[in-house]
Design a protein around this ligand. Structure first.
Ligand SMILES: *Cc1c(COP(=O)(O)O)cnc(C)c1O
Length: 387
């Protein structure tokens, strides 16, 4: 039996194809969860299955005592498409953030043993390890495990005055999700991010963007920071990076590049030849084979269709997002997001709830127009079934 940490739905899936997934009874579902923004190319994508097969015939794992061709290839790809400069591979998003914390702390300590504070945002989500929980702005996840790592300071997201009050020379880093995912698809404001950048420069703190959910093309650009015109010192990515194989990465630029030296960090599995071979195929497909263009086109189309529903039905409060990172904010007095998700399952549509009574709408990035139309029909049916 599994440890009791998830309220799972009573569904067992056995296979998938593109945007569709099939349960053990042969029922077909439209999968607009995409494994929580992981399966960017859909299920059983040929590019991925080929990369898995080909790499499995060569090398799976060698440890990080040596170089591998696929790890170097992926590194060159990521550096060239992100304009970041150094990469460390992890097995998950949480671990990438964990490393970002370590780089920030060591960077600060090198300047002064007082420069250890990290500012994070209210309602943020950065993972479930004790380090990443300490910078997650949601007490429901943290409270049972306190005390967590000290000197982590919560700032009200998008509140310039609060930020100015909290920041000083003893801050070594500011971390944020440019679009908060888990707490309900909330964008950083242009005004706030501008001030974040200013105070980072003024107080010499590292700027860390967690693009684990919003990165890798989901917003219609490879990284959301391209919309902001602000490059971070540290960028963490995961989820869609491997298209379904577990891989994350912590990327650095400029002053963050040379903080760590041999012996400071490590990972047995991180970035092994297998996951890097697959991720390299995924990233190349996203960047060079029209996936970002499709995300833009389909994102605009889905937002238009969903906004039409929002106009028609007051169950929907607001549609939020960018590209195919979309949140359907529901009126709480009409329906709970969790109930909506259950009704969606009955209508053979998979969606995932988020904070703030939001339902996340995450098609694969290669979704077709007809599949968006099908989802809109299903959502219309769901709304009509209870209103
Ligand atoms: C999912 C997520 C994480 C945690 O990633 P894991 O791979 O589950 O460890 C961290 N930050 C953000 C923004 C996420 O969406």
């Amino acid at each position: 039996m599994l440890l009791n940490t998830y309220n799972r739905f009573d569904l067992t899936f056995t296979r998938g194809e593109g945007a569709y997934i099939y349960d053990d009874k042969g029922n077909k579902y439209l999968d607009f969860v995409s494994g929580i923004a992981v399966n960017c190319l859909g299920h059983a994508n040929e590019i991925i299955t080929n990369a898995i097969f080909e790499q499995s015939k060569k090398l799976l794992h060698i440890s990080n005592l040596y170089y591998s061709d696929t790890q170097m290839d992926l590194t060159n790809t990521l550096v060239s498409v992100s304009k970041m400069e150094r990469v460390f591979y992890t097995n998950s998003g949480t671990e990438a953030n964990e490393l970002a914390i370590k780089i920030a702390r060591k960077y600060g300590n090198q300047i002064s043993n007082q420069k250890t504070k990290i500012i994070y945002m209210s309602d943020s989500f950065h993972g479930r390890s004790t380090g990443s929980l300490a910078i997650t702005g949601q007490s429901k996840y943290k409270a049972p495990f306190e005390p967590l790592m000290p000197n982590m300071i919560e700032c009200k997201f998008n509140d310039v005055e609060d930020l100015k009050k909290l920041v000083d020379d003893n801050v070594c880093a500011i971390i944020l999700e440019p679009i908060q995912g888990e707490s309900g698809i909330k964008k950083v404001s242009n005004e706030f991010i501008k001030v974040v950048k200013e105070v980072c420069d003024k107080h010499k703190c590292l700027l860390i963007f967690d693009e684990i959910q919003c990165g890798m093309g989901r917003t219609g650009k490879l990284f959301y920071y391209e919309y902001l015109g602000i490059k971070p010192d540290i960028l963490t990515i995961a989820k869609a990076l491997g298209g379904g194989v577990p891989i994350g990465a912590c990327l650095t630029a400029g002053i963050a590049n040379d903080v760590l030296v041999p012996g400071d960090h490590g990972s047995t599995y991180g970035g092994n030849p297998f996951v890097c071979g697959v991720a390299n195929a995924v990233v190349n497909e996203i960047v060079y084979n029209g996936i970002i263009e499709n995300t833009n086109k389909m994102g605009k189309y889905a937002l238009k269709k969903l906004n039409e529903l929002a106009k028609k039905y007051d169950v929907i409060k607001e549609i939020r997002g960018e590209g195919l990172l979309i949140g359907i904010s529901l009126n709480k007095d009409k329906i709970e997001a969790s109930i909506f998700v259950k009704l969606a399952i009955e209508n053979k549509l998979l969606l995932v709830s988020a904070g703030d009574n939001v339902v996340r709408y995450f098609p694969p990035l290669n979704v077709k127009k007809g599949e968006i139309d099908e989802s809109i029909e299903k959502i219309t049916r769901i709304i009509n079934s209870f209103k």
